[in-house]
Design a protein around this ligand. Sequence first.
Ligand SMILES: Cc1ncc(COP(=O)(O)O)c(C=O)c1O
Length: 370
Amino acid sequence: MAQTERQRAGLVRTLRPRPADSPLLDLAGNDYLGLARHPEVTHGAAEAAHRWGAGATGSRLVTGSTELHALLEAELAAFCGFEAALVLSSGYAANLAAVTALTDPGTLVVSDAGNHASLIDGCRLSRGRVAVAPHADPEAVRAALTGHDGRALAVTDSVFSVDGDAAPLPELAAACRSRGAALLVDDAHGLGILGAGGRGALSAAGLAGDADVVATVTLSKSLGSQGGAVLGPARVIEHLVNTARSFIFDTGLAPAAVGGALAALRLLVREPDRAARTGRIARELHGRLTAAGLTTVRPDAAVISVRAPSPEAAVRWAADCRAAGLAVGCFRPPSVPDGISRLRLTARADLTQEQLDRAVATILATAPTG
Ligand SMILES: Cc1ncc(COP(=O)(O)O)c(C=O)c1O
């Protein structure tokens, strides 16, 4: 679509630089545990930059792999219950790496219709045949896998980024196993929130560390930093190191991001209650908005989706919230394949009761009428 058409359709996206001391109450970001500005995390990032440099200086396979990267990989794998981990420069790059490395031209990839764009792009880059399965439907995945002769892979988000609903992981794993397929789960929104102490959706489902399960995570949400990782059996990680183009041909993650993520991970190990607190706040937000008559999706992690009557109403609602001091996400077509416009709210472990009350009051006071 040309820029003029985008303008006519009201679909132009604009960047709004955020000042360091923004007065807005933030229910739009993904800093679920409130760690992005935690002093231990920013100190971990700053110390890593001082010690290792501002940049990684090269691809992980050349000069960009520091001892700090190896430490983060070991601690992240142990925390989430996997044999090994590989850190990449983003969750996006991790998904491209995982999907492409686990597929070849004969592979059938079955992808949930609600998957994140980075998994979709991984599917596009994979040279396998891609079948899109209806959302969160293990029987549809089983049916799609039936009769395929050769390697097969099912891919899904653990918690879907727009509506915040969780995938039925045990049933999906059973469907995959019944057809000899592997399962790849993007746990971007589960790490830090789901499972004991935030060990993630795979740990919660009892699938972490299984030989036929691979996970991806981002370090940019619950861990408040930047970067991504693939978690799985050591042989899969070794295969990625040798074949994944978004790993091989990309500069290693900056030391500051590695140090920040490592500090956040250690903090989460020490303070496991943060994970449960975020979940409680998400459920409280959902309960209060639903009780007031709004249509919301029950949150399985930290994301709460609130339905808006139209794209125009959603945009106006988000703008009115912003004018009243509250930042919320706004999703509308074509970013949402189901055509439903919604506000996207995120819970944070560090929200105070006063902030929570203010957020609820603002959303209700600005809600579209009729
Ligand atoms: C489900 C999901 N996967 C992957 C990503 C990409 O992660 P990153 O921002 O670290 O590239 C995101 C969001 O950013 C996401 O919501």
